[in-house]
Design a protein around this ligand. Structure first.
Ligand SMILES: *[C@@H]1O[C@H](CO)[C@@H](O)[C@H](O)[C@H]1NC(C)=O
Ligand SMILES: *[C@@H]1O[C@H](CO)[C@@H](O)[C@H](O)[C@H]1NC(C)=O
Ligand SMILES: *[C@@H]1O[C@H](CO)[C@@H](O)[C@H](O)[C@H]1NC(C)=O
Length: 378
């Protein structure tokens, strides 16, 4: 019996709560009066386009005393205000003055949508549409999730560097897609009608092996910077031939964009100055030694040892200088074959001359014979 009473009372209690809930719900609907709806999904639109932020009620509201407020949810910035039967441009944020369009003629249909023109990346975010009618108000949130874009920017001024130095060529990618999801970025250099590949990046990975021979092992991305969309290129030990126009091109879906960077005015590095120094020392040294030799000979001193030393220096000194100049030049410019050939030639030439010296006496004999022959027979 007791058990039955308990069941009965709990049944009553549940029933009572249920009824109360329905009554409260009905009261709430009546009290609130209306519900404002937004779009079912976040909005996505291309950069520079126009997008309509939907905001509407099921039943048209009395136009009298109607107030519609569009704000950015994050900053509370007033995007548009409709009050007292008109758009109140004077209280709206300046930037939206020409870009936010409210459809005044749609109000009577319970449509409070707002069109935002000339979309920028900064327009991504949440917007609150709040509608006040008589004593009630209600709101909805509209989200612009992505402003679809792919913008590639470099540096406006040209970049210059000394030969032998490292240089950074700038390239920044701004996109609605996260930088690590950008399909492809490639750095190319235009030579005549041809494009040569400097460095390639695809699906989150750089491919330095596919670089043109001229750039292999000399180019890299700043790996830490890629998540920020910074696809700048580091070109190591710059050579004179690196001068020119470089293009950074990005691909994401159907979108593609590019920027160009000019590498120019490659000045002399300390390496080049050293090369020049060796060349001048070789030239001036040779002239100086020759003058000394001529002077000694003209004085007719019998110091054959000095003459021999001068002669030897004249043969060796410029060549040794040029040998070092070519080695340095090769190191800075990276021309392996030319360097080996030229420096070998310069170091071998005096050796060959010294070796050929032993044949000089035959030459002398031949000269004397010729002079004697000439004198005797003519
Ligand atoms: C509200 O008006 C805009 C502009 O005319 C229109 O694009 C949109 O479809 C309308 N929304 C509704 C729910 O009628
Ligand atoms: C990209 O990274 C490089 C190297 O750290 C830096 O020099 C350059 O300023 C960065 N560019 C931008 C736009 O942040
Ligand atoms: C680079 O971008 C410009 C527009 O900014 C475009 O006209 C040009 O065709 C692009 N070049 C390449 C190689 O994609």
């Amino acid at each position: 019996m007791l058990k039955l009473r308990f069941y009965y009372s709990s049944f009553l209690c549940v029933n009572y709560m249920y009824i109360m809930f329905i009554v409260i719900a009905i009261l709430l609907v009546f009290a609130d009066g209306f519900t404002v709806h937004g779009p079912p999904d976040p909005l996505v639109a291309p950069l520079g386009s126009s997008v309509v932020l939907p905001c509407f009620v099921d039943e048209p509201l009395p136009v009298k005393d109607l107030k519609v407020e569009w704000r950015r949810t994050d900053s509370e910035t007033l995007v548009h205000l409709y009050q007292d039967g008109e758009s109140r441009a004077e209280v709206q944020q300046q930037d939206y003055h020409d870009r936010a369009h409210f459809f005044t003629d749609q109000i009577q249909h319970g449509n409070f949508s707002l069109r935002l023109d000339n979309l920028t990346a900064e327009d991504e975010g949440e917007y609150t549409c709040k509608v006040y009618s008589q004593q009630d108000s209600n709101e909805t949130v509209v989200q612009i999730k992505d402003v679809e874009r792919l913008l590639v920017s470099g540096s406006s001024r040209s970049t210059s560097a000394y030969v032998g130095e490292d240089v950074t060529l700038n390239c920044s990618v701004d996109s609605h897609i996260k930088p690590e999801h950008i399909e492809e970025v490639s750095w190319k250099k235009t030579v005549g009608d041809e494009d040569i590949l400097v460095l390639h990046y695809q699906n989150n990975e750089a491919f330095p092996d596919s670089s043109n021979e001229q750039y292999r092992d000399r180019v890299e991305f700043f790996t830490d910077e890629i998540p920020k969309g910074n696809f700048s290129l580091r070109l190591k030990s710059v050579r004179t031939e690196d001068k020119g126009v470089y293009m950074c091109q990005a691909f994401a879906g159907v979108l593609s964009a590019n920027t160009t960077v000019v590498l120019e005015q490659l000045g002399f590095s300390s390496w080049h100055i050293t090369v020049l120094f060796f060349c001048s020392v070789a030239g001036f040294g040779a002239v100086l030694l020759l003058c000394c030799l001529i002077y000694c000979r003209s004085k007719n001193t019998d110091n054959s040892r000095t003459i021999w030393n001068l002669q030897l220096s004249l043969v060796f000194f410029p060549n040794v200088c040029m040998f070092f100049a070519f080695i340095l030049w090769g190191l800075t410019e990276g021309f392996l074959h030319e360097t080996v050939t030229c420096s070998a030639l310069y170091i071998l030439r005096p050796v060959m001359l010294i070796w050929a010296l032993s044949y000089l006496k035959y030459l002398q004999g031949m000269l004397e014979f010729k002079v004697f022959y000439h004198y005797y027979f003519c």
